[in-house]
Design a binder for this molecule. Structure first.
Ligand code: SF4
Length: 493
């Protein structure tokens, strides 16, 4: 049964918290959802049980608002608003509704999802976009990560990068990519750059002194590794993850990796010359087309480009590029595709701003014209009101919802793959995206047409459907939690 039919009669109540952090439901008020400037009830097809390994936040200085079905009005209550931080692999389709007090401090850099309560469990507005369990750790034996960290540090005492990944990224930042490196599985991080040529509003490793964002969850790398140090990390990982190793430049603790193209080229070339297999990927702002070409020739397999928007004005307002422009980003993607790279977009999704007609047109054009093979649907980690204020000068049509947006984008660009994590594509990828300049945009009348409603068959074939066996709500999480998990990779890259 599709989630829309299944959830037709589901009406989650508002969830609130008291000052001590106890979370409870308000049975007389219904959960509301915010998409940009719109407030509304959740759509049945976007409700899903709170996934395991998600967290609940209390929102200090923000009063929860619910819908009173008796009066037909939105009603503010005395309790604090509550939000959900969804586990990796899930994209949020709506923010919580609340009223912010005048002296409230800005919310830290996390993603804030609307949450309600019904049938003895929490519900959120989200969609599962990747079935890969890559960042699930609840089944990992207690103490195993710490034990592996000690062993690796003893075995490789002279490699500064090994020490940084294990002591900072694993032990201080809880970075999922670094934890996976310690466990010898999936994707290993390759931080390399101390600097960046962008000044993203939500950068998680560096903020200007006058930034209203008070803390960043990670700190910038304080040294530049040598090619040998990078290759040793790759070889350690490849010896343990023997089936589908992935290595990624561009992590949460660094600037942008394309700032050091010679270093990256030397490391990739050396790794490949020594017979190194697997997918070498670069998470980047893609500001330097010539560096992308050189890296592709050196043996890079894939590139993931981060964007908050495919519209230049919105991109520039958030990224604040120094010495490059959005045209360079487009050119880098096209050059990457021409040189055989599997190009992903790390789309920093924001309900009500991303899922609009304006963005759909711009994004289909970018994907089709430049040769993008995959979209990774990431949540933009930022105080929702701060971002809305930042983007208030631009036109944002009505929100069509995450589900419709994904369907319509795929209709325009049928080769597109969807997910959340960097895919394993081998050393040399098979690239589904068309070569730049060969895409025929759909006719205007087709593109403007709404995509058909989701059917059960669609639901079975798409990773976004709720109701999977691992999506049970966790009623045990009644205690509010203030700490959210940061994804291991920069949201700007
Ligand atoms: S998020 Fe990434 S691209 Fe943006 S400023 Fe930070 S390091 Fe640079």
């Amino acid at each position: 049964m599709s989630s829309k039919k299944k959830n037709k009669d589901l009406h989650p109540c508002l969830v609130v918290a008291d000052d001590s952090g106890n979370i409870y439901d308000e049975p007389d008020l219904l959960m509301l959802v915010r998409r940009g400037e719109q407030w509304g009830l959740p759509r049945p097809d976007e409700l899903m049980p709170l996934p395991k390994e998600s967290e609940l936040f209390l929102l200090p200085g923000r009063k929860a608002v619910g819908y009173n079905p008796e009066t037909g009005e939105a009603e503010e209550v005395d309790g604090l608003a509550v939000a959900a931080f969804a586990a990796p692999g899930y994209t949020l389709s709506g923010h919580p509704v609340y009223e912010t007090e005048e002296d409230a401090r800005m919310l830290p850099l996390f993603a804030y999802g609307a949450v309600g309560f019904a049938e003895d469990r929490f519900w959120i507005c989200a969609r599962r976009v990747d079935m890969d369990p890559r960042q699930q750790f609840s089944h990992i034996r207690k103490g195993l990560i710490e034990k592996n960290v000690r062993q690796l540090l003893e075995t490789y005492p002279d490699n500064r990068l090994v020490a940084h990944i294990l002591t900072n990224c694993v032990m201080r930042y809880d970075c999922p990519a670094a934890r996976n490196f310690s466990l010898g599985r999936y994707e290993a991080p390759l931080p390399s750059s101390r600097t960046c040529n962008a000044r993203c509003i939500g950068c998680i490793s560096s903020q200007e002194q006058d930034s209203p964002i008070e803390v960043t969850p990670q700190c910038r790398l304080t040294f530049t590794p040598t090619p040998e140090e990078l290759v040793q990390v790759m070889e350690i990982h490849a010896a343990r993850e023997t089936k589908r190793p992935i290595f990624s430049f561009g992590q949460g603790c660094e600037g942008d990796p394309l700032m050091n193209p010679e270093l990256l080229c030397a490391a990739v070339r050396l790794y490949r010359e020594r017979g190194g297999a697997g997918t070498v990927n670069c998470n980047t702002n893609a500001s330097r087309p010539e560096a992308v070409e050189a890296l592709a020739k050196a043996g890079l397999s894939a590139m993931r480009v981060s964007l908050n928007s495919a519209r230049e004005e919105l991109y520039t307002r958030y990224y604040r590029p120094h010495g490059y422009s959005f045209a360079d980003v487009r050119r880098s993607i096209a050059v990457g595709r021409e040189n055989g790279l599997f190009i992903c977009l790390n789309l920093l999704y924001f309900p009500g701003i991303t899922d609009t007609e304006e963005e759909l047109r711009a994004l289909s054009d970018l994907v089709g014209s430049c040769g993008v093979s995959m979209i990774q649907w990431r949540n933009l980690n930022i105080d929702p009101e701060y971002y809305l204020e930042l983007m208030q000068d631009f036109a944002h049509g009505p929100s069509m919802g995450l589900r419709s947006f994904m369907k319509r984008l795929k209709k325009a660009c049928p080769w597109l793959q969807y997910g959340y994590f960097n895919p394993y594509v081998g050393a040399k990828a098979e690239v589904p995206a068309p070569m730049p300049g060969t895409w025929c945009p759909p006719r205007v009348e087709d593109a403007l047409q709404d995509a058909p409603e989701a059917t059960e068959a669609d639901g079975e074939n798409e990773p976004g459907e709720s109701g999977g066996h691992d999506e049970q709500g966790d009623h045990g999480q009644q205690e509010g939690q203030q700490n959210g998990q940061q994804d291991g990779q920069q949201q700007g890259q």
